[in-house]
Design a protein around this ligand. Structure first.
Ligand code: DAH
Length: 443
């Protein structure tokens, strides 16, 4: 998975009420999966999963499973999905595969080593040791290949425990694309790429693509591939992505796009594509030439393929000018009613409500600390009202060697004013939960 993200337990019943109370008029999205959690089991939509020491999924997260924002025709995430699908119009599409996957699908099938850091409990949501909420749509690459389609797109919700800020949320949406060719047909693909590139695409001058990546030992082609097959497949990949980006950003003035080298266990060579937005480079997708071992698992020995995985929120935030990732989950009609299926329109912010800032400081029981676990707990207690959590002090006492941390929490509602009194109540609950869960000494 990406090194940085493309765009994390306690009962949540009261919290959900708090969140719902702040909503004026409601919008009917899919309500998501039905679930119950007991001491020993989790039941989701009638299927039971035995808990074990890996289980770390919370009711708050389960309540977001299968909400299917990417299938609501008026939702920006869905609009982007549809625009990409219509660009790759002859691809088979999968957009309703359950996000509950095996760890084999999420990791092993993709050649992710048993001890790879992306398997960490603190980065993922596990139902138990062998079942999890998918962390990326790549979990279905093999399934797509086995379907017999040689070009396909898979979109869906993905789940990662993460930090808290305006561009990170524990659930987001990805789209995966895979294309493969007969190895001896790939020369034709190269010709196609070149012809189209020379013609139509040169017209899109508002989008400047910088790509000085070359295949080199640090980002090598695979042993079982030859230069004659890898170069055209890479060219086809780059053409496919650049043309899609140009299409999506056709109305955006002066967009800069750049290709950089990357590493993924399931592709080689691998790249990332970034776009410059408000002066900053944002990573929007990862891609590469599919590792032949993966193709072999699907029985595609004489094929060569490329794949990409893109973050739909990132693209939607840029294209629609949406400033905060929580807005995608807002059930306020003033959000959804601004959008029209099939169209990219700039989001008109409703007035920005003032924030309420609170700090929390504590001594750790020992020096180790998983920030993602802390953020997850804060989200569980406070819900979507927490906009940002930032470490503002990390201090180790010179005599006692005890470590103290101070986090600053910014609370703000997307749709109303919050009062200091109500935030004090939430903050007190956060303090109690942090003390209980992590055995810290509050200061
Ligand atoms: N699955 C990766 C992630 O979530 C993104 C990705 C990278 C997908 C390379 C791909 C790929 O299909 O080829 O970070």
């Amino acid at each position: 998975m990406l090194a940085t993200r493309l765009t994390t337990f306690i009962s949540t019943r009261t919290i959900r009420k708090t969140t719902l109370r702040c909503i004026g008029s409601k919008v009917s999205y899919s309500t998501g999966s039905e679930f119950t959690v007991t001491d020993n089991e989790i039941n989701i939509d009638g299927k039971t999963y035995k808990k074990d020491k890996w289980t770390n999924v919370s009711p708050t997260t389960l309540s977001r499973v299968n909400r299917k924002l990417h299938l609501h025709p008026q939702h920006p995430i869905s609009i982007i999905r549809q625009l990409i699908e219509s660009h790759f119009h002859d691809f088979k599409t999968f957009h309703d595969i359950s996000p509950i996957v095996t760890t084999k699908q999420n990791f092993d099938d993709l050649l992710i080593a048993k001890d790879h850091v992306t398997r960490n409990r603190s980065d993922n949501y596990y139902l138990n040791e062998t079942t999890m909420l998918r962390a990326h749509t790549s979990a279905h690459q093999l399934q797509g290949m086995l379907s017999g389609a040689n070009k396909f797109l898979i979109s869906g919700d993905v789940f990662r425990r993460d930090e808290i800020d305006a561009s990170h949320y524990p659930v987001f949406h990805q789209m995966e694309g895979v294309v493969y060719f007969d190895r001896d047909q790939i020369k034709t693909a190269e010709q196609v790429t070149k012809d189209i590139e020379m013609g139509r695409l040169k017209e899109a001058e508002n989008v400047k693509v910088v790509d000085d990546t070359i295949i080199k030992p640090e980002n090598p082609m695979q042993e079982s591939h030859t230069q004659e097959t890898v170069e055209p497949i890479a060219a086809h990949l780059k053409y496919s992505i650049n043309s899609m980006v140009r299409k999506l950003f056709a109305d955006e003035p002066d967009l800069e796009v750049r290709w950089i080298d990357a590493y993924f266990p399931f592709t080689s060579p691998s790249w990332e594509v970034e776009i410059k937005y408000k002066g900053e480079w944002l990573e929007v997708l990862g891609c590469g030439v599919v590792r032949q071992e993966l193709m072999d698992q699907a029985g595609l020995h004489d094929k060569i393929g490329h794949a990409f995985g893109l973050g739909l929120e990132r693209l939607a935030m840029v294209l629609f000018g949406i400033p905060d990732i929580r807005l995608f989950w807002s059930q306020d009609e003033r959000f959804i009613q601004q959008f029209t299926p099939g169209q990219i329109q700039k989001f008109q912010p409703f007035s920005k409500y003032p924030p309420c800032i609170k700090d929390i400081s504590f001594w750790l029981p020992n020096k180790s600390w998983e920030e993602n676990d802390f953020c997850e707990l804060v989200r569980d207690v406070a819900g979507d009202i927490v906009e940002n959590v930032e470490l503002i002090d990390d201090f180790t006492h010179p005599k006692t060697d005890k470590r103290s941390l101070c986090y600053r929490m910014l609370y703000r509602s997307m749709d109303r004013n919050v009062t200091n009194d109500e935030i004090n109540v939430i903050q007190e609950r956060v303090r109690e939960a942090v003390e209980k869960e992590f055995a810290v000494e509050l200061r």
